[in-house]
Each structure stands twice: as structure tokens, then as C-alpha cells.
Design a protein around this ligand. Structure first.
Ligand SMILES: Nc1ncnc2c1ncn2[C@@H]1O[C@H](COP(=O)(O)OP(=O)(O)OP(=O)(O)O)[C@@H](O)[C@H]1O
Length: 165
């Protein structure tokens, strides 16, 4: 009889949306200004890209600035590990039989690969998830056997690409 099962108090699955603001690249810093302003850990403002506002626009507050709220907002100084702290309990659930999906969505160059794969100094969410899963399996003292398989997919223009094979 397997000792690891889905928790009895299985909670309703919820979708959590986080926004991660990456630092500007050197090239971007030379050519543009940062119009994303992190207000706090849940709110972000996208400033009006047009700074050449006329007097009337300014005093009548005709600005295109928009504010958005998310489950989590990460400022450019945040590491992948900071992001992972909020999803590690969910990833732990995988070993207990829960289905979990973590995916990055964004335009070209927005930092999806960096967030999911990361670097040696700032390992990404996939690497950190593997650590959690294998650590949990190592800690298991039952006679269960675990089978771990992995696929790596990219969805680009509504076409799915297999990246590993
Ligand atoms: N948090 C971060 N800190 C430092 N550099 C970052 C960060 N996030 C992204 N970058 C840098 O921004 C650039 C673009 O990131 P990345 O390649 O991950 O984007 P992408 O969304 O995967 O792009 P594409 O869709 O074109 O594959 C890279 O040079 C990457 O190193």
C-alpha cells in the first residue's frame, strides 16, 4: 500500500498569477526608461510611456498610467529563489499526488527562460522544483518506488515545440 497519497484535505485547485519584472538590459537602459514601477508585492504600475505631455494633459490628469494587481509581484532585484519561495509548497504537493503546473508567459525577451532555467548563481524554477521533488523522494522511508519523467515544452504562436528531443 503506498504511503504517499494525495492529502485528504485536498484543496480546490486555484490559479495564481505572478508578475516578475526583470532588470533592463544595458541596451534597453541606453535607449529607454523603465516604465514599470513595482508599488508593493501585489501591485504594479505601468507608467505612461509618453513623457512629453502638454500642460493641459498634466493638470487634467490625462495620463495613460495603468495599475494592475496580481497574486505576487516581484521587483527587478528579486531572484528566482524569491519567486520559488511562494510556489515550493505547491511543488511539494506533486510528491503527494497533486497535479501542478508552473509556466512562464510573456513576450520575446521578457525573461521566461531566465525564470524557468536560470543561471548557476540564480537557478530557475525548474531546477529548484527538481531539487524539491528529489529531496522529498530521498526523505521517503517507505518501500515505495518513484518514477520521475520529464518533458520540456515551449508553446510559440500556438504551436507546441518539444525542446528536449
Ligand atoms: N531576473 C533577471 N535578472 C537578470 N537578467 C535577466 C533576468 N530575467 C531576464 N534576464 C535577461 O533578459 C534577457 C531575456 O531573457 P530570456 O532569454 O529569459 O527571455 P525569454 O522570455 O525566454 O525570450 P524568448 O521568448 O525570446 O526566448 C536575457 O539576456 C536574460 O539573461
Amino acid at each position: 500500500m503506498p504511503t504517499i497519497r494525495a492529502p485528504a484535505s485536498r484543496q480546490t485547485a486555484t490559479l495564481q498569477v505572478a508578475v516578475k519584472c526583470r532588470p533592463l538590459t544595458d541596451n534597453e537602459r541606453r535607449r529607454s526608461r523603465h516604465i514599470i514601477q513595482v508599488i508593493d508585492d501585489k501591485n504594479v504600475a505601468v507608467l505612461d510611456p509618453d513623457i512629453s505631455k502638454g500642460y493641459l494633459d498634466l493638470i487634467q490628469n490625462r495620463t495613460k498610467e495603468k495599475r494592475y494587481s496580481f497574486d505576487h509581484v516581484y521587483a527587478p532585484g528579486c531572484s528566482n529563489t524569491d519567486v520559488y519561495k511562494n510556489i515550493s509548497p505547491t511543488v511539494l504537493g506533486v510528491v503527494q499526488g497533486l497535479n501542478v503546473t508552473v509556466f512562464a508567459y510573456g513576450s520575446t525577451g521578457s525573461g521566461k527562460t531566465y525564470t524557468m532555467v536560470g543561471s548557476r548563481n540564480d537557478p530557475g524554477l525548474m531546477v529548484l522544483s527538481f531539487r524539491t521533488i528529489f529531496d522529498q523522494i530521498k526523505k521517503d522511508d517507505s518501500s515505495d518506488t518513484f518514477e520521475v519523467s520529464c518533458s520540456y515544452l515551449e508553446v510559440y504562436n500556438e504551436v507546441m515545440y518539444k525542446i528536449l528531443c
